[in-house]
Design a protein around this ligand. Structure first.
Ligand SMILES: [Zn+2]
Length: 424
């Protein structure tokens, strides 16, 4: 069949109902994380959708009840033409029972030019649009010489990095498009790493010994881990301020490199001097930085803070960085992603954006984090590009504009067709 791209793009208007049905279907699967472990049905639907489009599907359980799905559509000339990964997460932000939605978060409603439901913006809209673009291309028998890999992953909302799992399984391409919430801007991102700082006393003391520990002539060398943590927090604030005045990155507001003391735990109960205190911090860094260096900067600074204190000097704080899951081990990493505006894939995507919308594409840095960083970390060129606004993501009555969803589908369709037909 010989169909030109414009006629396929035109079908997105006349077949809008099918696109919205697909989005509503995805939203109706209850996949909030936490609690997670609930993507089996949704990912089975995804797998069969991809199989119907001719993809060969790889499906594996990453956690009990949570499956990654990767479909590969072998190109007609894989060796000669550019390959593409389209990546999105099937899990959505958590909902609490007391939230008041127009309908239910998983009973999507279409009205006044928007679709409302959990995940419409973040990011089942992106998944639905990209799937529908592929459906139109496949139905028309449109030639796709390069390989196309579609990754529907789990765990993004809780730092479980289904995308990293796909990379480790060997999936790679000349470009990865992460179709997460970007309001159709083409984005890179800064990175995030969480960490635990623990102060632990080698002895524990009765509350009644405090006088001896803190007053002249008391003779008891000891400390409250909670009070010593105050010095560490002060040290972190000093470093945060130092970063704010010395670091910058084009497209990021100054001072985006923050260290948030997010959670503190410590002490046994009121009859003890606190012999342990744990601080959970969230660190944001710029797209051209990596978490290994950031961790080193923080540890070096905090060690110096500790060395300036007579008790901490001998009882250095311990660090535990990152983690594989906010649920399983209370930690996560989202590596940064630098967007290369000169990359041929990024330029092609920008030109398709302009062709469809009549406006120049906006290249920017996401104020949030996505799985895009894992591609950057693994050396796969990547861009974040998806429908939906960040202020709607994770919000009550989360929604996506139907016009924006259709523009996304048009742009993605024409991008896939041309990228797949671009010589390596
Ligand atoms: Zn997302």
């Amino acid at each position: 069949m010989n169909t030109d791209i414009q006629s396929l793009i035109d079908q997105i208007d006349s077949r809008e109902g099918e696109l919205l049905d697909l989005l509503c279907k995805l939203v109706s699967f209850r996949t909030p994380a936490p609690p997670a472990r609930n993507t089996g049905e949704a990912q089975a639907f995804m797998a069969s959708y991809l199989e119907e489009l001719g993809f060969s599907v790889d499906r594996w359980e990453m956690y009990p009840g949570d499956f990654n799905v990767v479909g590969v559509l072998k190109g007609t000339d894989s060796e000669g033409y550019k390959s593409l990964i389209i990546n999105g997460h099937m899990d959505v932000a958590e909902v609490s029972p007391d939230e008041v939605w127009e309908t239910g978060p998983f009973d999507p409603v279409v009205r006044d030019g928007v679709v409302i439901g959990r995940g419409t913006a973040d990011m089942k809209g992106g998944l639905a649009g990209a799937l529908f673009a592929l459906k139109l291309l496949r139905e028309a028998g449109y030639p796709l010489p390069g390989d196309i890999t579609f990754q529907s992953v789990i765990g993004e909302e809780v730092g479980e990095a289904g995308t990293l799992d796909c990379c480790k399984r060997g999936y790679s391409a000349d470009l990865a498009l992460v179709v997460d919430t970007s309001d159709l801007q083409i984005e890179g991102q800064g990175g995030v790493i969480t960490g635990w700082i623990t102060i632990k006393s080698p002895q524990s003391f009765h509350d009644g010994t405090r006088r001896q520990m803190i007053h002249a002539g008391g003779g008891l060398v000891g400390a409250s881990a909670i009070e010593k943590m105050m010095k560490i927090i002060q040290g972190l604030q000093d470093l945060e301020r130092h970063w704010a005045v010395t670091k910058s990155y084009p497209g990021c507001p100054l001072g985006s490199t923050t260290i948030n003391p997010a959670v503190i735990e410590g002490g046994r109960h009121a009859a003890f001097i606190a012999d342990e205190c744990r601080l959970w911090i969230t660190v944001h860094y710029y797209p051209n930085e990596d978490h290994e260096t950031i961790v080193e900067e923080i540890e070096t600074h905090i060690r110096r803070v500790a060395d300036a204190d007579p008790w901490l000097r001998d009882n250095h704080p311990q660090f535990r960085w990152g983690g594989k899951s906010m649920i399983e081990d209370r930690g996560e990493i989202f590596p940064s992603l630098e967007l290369d505006p000169t990359h041929p894939g990024v330029r092609l995507l920008a030109s398709k954006y302009q062709a469809v919308t009549g406006q120049p594409a906006v290249l920017s840095v996401s104020p949030s984090v996505t799985d895009g960083g894992w591609f950057g970390h693994e050396g796969i060129p990547a861009a974040i590009f998806g429908p939906g606004k960040l202020r709607h993501a994770h919000a009550i009555n989360e929604q996506v504009s139907i016009e924006e969803l259709k523009d996304f589908t048009r742009i993605t369709l024409s991008f896939i067709a041309e990228w797949s037909a671009t010589r390596k």
